[in-house]
Design a protein around this ligand. Structure first.
Ligand code: NAD
Ligand code: UDP
Ligand code: UDP
Length: 315
């Protein structure tokens, strides 16, 4: 049996956060979900609201927060390009001021703190696949920079609080993840393609579709979060968490058309600025340290994800 802990999850009403809250409650922990509902929704956590171990706090992490917990998972930040580019200044503030506040909180209450960093810290990578030792290739002034540089600065803050104030930190670099509860108007590739396929509308491939991504199913990722948080304090990361199987965007489009049995045709649209050409995690570090690796194939993970969107679109 695990000992019960009080755990804060910032961004807990979002896609990943809601799955994490659910997992932690399932393990018998008390969960404080902190969210300003920018991209998250009450609907994502509505099934948790009756649980006496669950508490919802509407709060923006760019402002100070005074609570008492043993662990903090810092996930608050819009994650899809459409949402993080909507108000780029707020995105950087969320990453940077949000990190400062949550680190200040962790320092005061001596809590262990996890940071949801991202594969975007590698930018448009010139090393492939990306190991944690790679410093990245990021444009500091482009349209994606508010997110990429915000997350890089947050990593810097985590490691400085660790060195300067001996904080217990866990920094995970998350690669593209998909699953139920992705936002319908999220704009990310998996949700876009599934919705278009279900509606028999054209599938919008940006560029020629040869750019690649590696897609991790949400359950695999959340298992990785919790294992990492519970690992030896000396293991701070940064550690890549993602599925090393790489697909071109065109392959993803064809797979989704096939699984949904859709009549959709594939159309090609302009490639957004600074869109990374390729992305695949090198996961030997996490395999060796935590014995973790993704178990769900893209084909199996797409099935519940498609079911989720079918359910939503039928409403
Ligand atoms: P999401 O947009 O569904 O969730 C983010 C949550 O943070 C939302 O509930 C939103 O309302 C909340 N939020 C945003 N700004 C806030 C603020 N200032 N104060 C309080 N709450 C705020 O995105 P997600 O996919 O669940 O991503 C969660 C985290 O994981 C993010 O930090 C993201 O950068 C990181 N990440 C996700 C992926 C992925 O593929 N899903 C990949 C890499 C990194
Ligand atoms: N902070 C917070 N909750 C706390 C403690 C601190 O939100 O329980 C915020 C506070 O706003 C502060 C920031 O975290 O500005 C950084 O805290 P730290 O102690 O590192 O720095 P300082 O207070 O000296 O600026
Ligand atoms: N993409 C696409 N069609 C869409 C949405 C995205 O072809 O409708 C492409 C996008 O240009 C990128 C890849 O899919 O090359 C992944 O995009 P996403 O926004 O999901 O994530 P990120 O670029 O942050 O990895």
């Amino acid at each position: 049996m695990t000992t019960q802990k009080r755990i804060a999850v910032t961004g807990g009403a979002g896609f990943l956060g809601s799955h994490l809250c659910e997992k932690l409650l399932g393990q018998g922990h008390e969960v404080l979900c902190i969210d300003n509902f920018f991209t998250g929704t009450k609907q994502n956590i509505i099934h948790l609201l009756d649980n006496p171990l669950f508490e919802l706090i509407r709060h923006d992490v760019t402002f100070p927060l005074y609570i008492e917990v043993e662990e903090i998972y810092n996930l608050a930040c819009p994650a899809s390009p459409v949402h993080y580019q909507f108000d780029p200044v707020q995105t950087t503030k969320t990453s940077v001021h949000g990190a400062i506040n949550m680190l200040g909180l962790a320092k005061r209450i001596k809590a262990k703190i996890f940071q949801a960093s991202t594969s975007e810290v590698y930018g448009d990578p010139q090393v492939h696949p990306q190991p944690e030792s790679y410093w990245g290739h990021v444009n500091p002034i482009g349209v994606r920079s508010c997110y990429d540089e915000g997350k890089r600065c947050a990593e810097t803050l985590f490691f400085d609080y660790h060195r300067q104030h001996q904080l217990k930190i866990k920094v995970a670099r998350i690669f593209n993840t998909y699953g139920p509860r992705m936002n319908v108007d999220d704009g990310r590739v998996v949700s876009n393609f599934i919705i278009q396929a279900i509606k028999n509308e054209p599938i919008t491939v940006y560029g020629d579709g040869t750019q690649s991504r590696s897609f991790c199913y949400v359950d695999d990722l959340i298992e990785g979060f919790v294992r990492f948080m519970n690992s030896d304090d000396g293991f701070t990361g940064p550690v890549n968490l993602g599925n090393p199987r790489e697909f071109s965007i065109l392959e993803l489009a064809r797979t989704i058309v096939e699984i949904t049995g859709s009549q959709s045709e594939i159309v090609f649209k302009e490639l957004p600025a600074d869109d990374p050409r390729q992305r695949r995690p090198e996961i030997s570090l996490v395999r060796q340290k935590l014995g973790w690796e993704p178990l769900v194939s893209l084909e199996s993970g797409l099935i519940p994800t498609i079911e989720y969107f079918r359910g939503l679109l039928m409403k």
